[in-house]
Design a protein around this ligand. Structure first.
Ligand code: UGA
Length: 439
């Protein structure tokens, strides 16, 4: 099939390359020429495991091109909307201006029978408004909402082997024909047994908001338990293991620590609350305010713990921070809890040195005042306190005895409950973590 993908960020670039790998002819459109140039040259503008190989293979087949000229989408019959919906400045609501602009470009090239497929995370009601725009511009074209559930760091696998596909189809959008087109697009994915659900537009939009809200709630739940464990002398990791064995609860997304960040969960729960408020359903989501508050408290608590460990003040103390990305296997630092903590400590007078295997360039752009080190060795050299804030495998697997020889004082705060506490203690480290007993 001939496919266009509007927006070539984490979602769009991966989606475009995956669609090409499934055998479709794909044109990726992005307004940023530098992104188009990098992708056309087979250079991913972000770190994502397996993506570079997939991109280069797809470019090699000639079935994938990138451009900033939206007219190049004229041959396509399926047009994906993959642009971002960031939080509006000074507000909780999502900024859908990029989605509106993408659909504005798509309608210029629409032909009867074409399908516009929204994948961006949007406030409920957006798809139905955009369906009207599409019908007004080209009465024979249709719009569906097909939310994306990929995680950064697993984007390729999540796109090619998702847990499920959701098609939101509006009334008057040629229900049967539309589902047939989407089934053809995803034929290979469906053939491997991936379930697909067909819903109305609003439900499809809500599925995405609800899924991210549930994940955020799970993380904040376990972090709330971590707070209680700290007061009561319990161990939140043992607690998570024990409750996670109940199949109704499940162990995943119960890792207590610094909490969630990134370009999705924080802004999505806020946008969901804002939209529920507009719909008169704000009471239904007031719990998400608490989920957000618990999450933000983790960052403050981490800095408090660092201060406690330094005898009441971190001013002038040399602190090593391992991790800048919002999670491992990503170079994304949007709303990164690790960088937030590093910056707070720097603002309180500490001499902070941050390292990360992939995210230093992005982190330095966002926080130019912080000091960055390319290697763990440089970051640890002479440190009086070490904070592990992103659970990259290279930090989890650090040899505590070797690390001890590099630092000034062997004190470590495990912000992700990812280190082997016993091993670090036996190597002579003073080890502390959020939600776990002192020794
Ligand atoms: C999230 C969702 O997981 C995806 O399904 C969704 O498609 C995506 O948002 C999106 O809306 O586009 P992502 O932001 O890539 O994906 O990252 P997650 O793996 O969900 O992690 C989010 C944050 O939660 C990270 O900061 C991570 O460190 C934190 N986290 C995760 C915890 O603190 N504890 C956990 O147990 C799990």
């Amino acid at each position: 099939m001939k496919v266009s993908v509007f927006g070539c960020g984490y979602l769009g670039a991966v989606h475009a390359a995956c669609m090409a790998s499934l055998g479709h002819d794909v044109v990726g459109v992005d307004v940023l020429p530098e992104k188009v140039d990098a992708l056309s040259a087979g250079r991913p503008p972000f770190h994502e495991p397996d993506f570079a190989e997939l991109l280069q293979r797809a470019l090699g087949t000639g079935r994938l091109v990138f451009t900033s000229d939206s007219a190049a989408a004229a041959d396509a019959t399926v047009h994906f909307v993959c642009v971002g919906t960031p939080q509006r400045r000074g507000e909780n609501a999502a900024d859908v201006s990029h989605v509106d602009a993408a659909v504005g470009s798509i309608v210029q090239v629409l032909k009867p029978g074409d399908l516009v497929v929204g994948k961006s995370t949007v406030p409920v009601g957006t798809a139905s408004r955009l369906a009207d725009t599409v019908h007004a511009a080209c009465p024979g074209a249709h719009l569906v909402w097909n939310p994306e559930f990929l995680r950064e760091g697993h984007a390729v696998a999540d796109t090619l082997e998702p847990d499920r596909l959701v098609y939101g189809v509006g009334t008057g959008d040629a229900h049967e024909e539309t589902v047939v087109v989407l089934d053809e697009l995803y034929a290979t994915v469906l053939a491997s047994g991936v379930p697909r659900l067909v819903t109305d537009l609003a439900t499809a939009e809500l599925v995405k908001a609800a899924a991210n809200s549930f994940l955020a709630t799970k993380i904040s739940f376990i972090n709330a338990m971590a707070e209680v464990c700290e007061s009561a002398g319990g161990d939140v990791t043992a607690l998570a293991d024990a409750i996670g064995m109940d199949q109704r609860i499940g162990r995943s997304f119960l890792n207590a620590g610094l909490g969630f960040g990134g370009g999705c969960l924080p802004k999505d729960i806020r946008a969901f609350m804002a939209r529920a408020g507009e719909l008169g359903a704000d009471q239904a989501l007031t719990f998400l305010r608490e989920v957000d508050a618990i999450n933000m408290r983790r960052r403050v608590r981490m800095v408090d713990l660092a201060r406690e460990e330094c005898g009441g003040s971190i001013a002038g103390r040399r602190i090593a921070v391992l991790g800048a990305a919002f999670k491992p296997h990503s170079d994304d630092v949007r709303d990164s809890p690790a960088l937030n903590v590093a910056a707070q400590m720097q603002l309180q007078g500490a001499s902070v040195v941050v390292t990360d295997p992939k995210a230093i360039a992005n982190a330095a752009q966002r926080w130019p005042d912080l000091q960055f080190a390319d290697t763990v060795e440089e970051a640890l050299a002479g440190a009086e306190l070490v904070l592990v804030l992103t659970e990259w495998p290279e930090y989890v697997e650090l040899d505590p005895a070797e690390a001890k020889r590099m630092v000034g004082e062997a004190r470590v705060l495990d912000g992700r409950n990812c280190l082997d506490a016993d091993a670090w203690r036996s190597a002579g480290w003073h080890y502390r973590a959020l939600g776990r007993p002192r020794a």
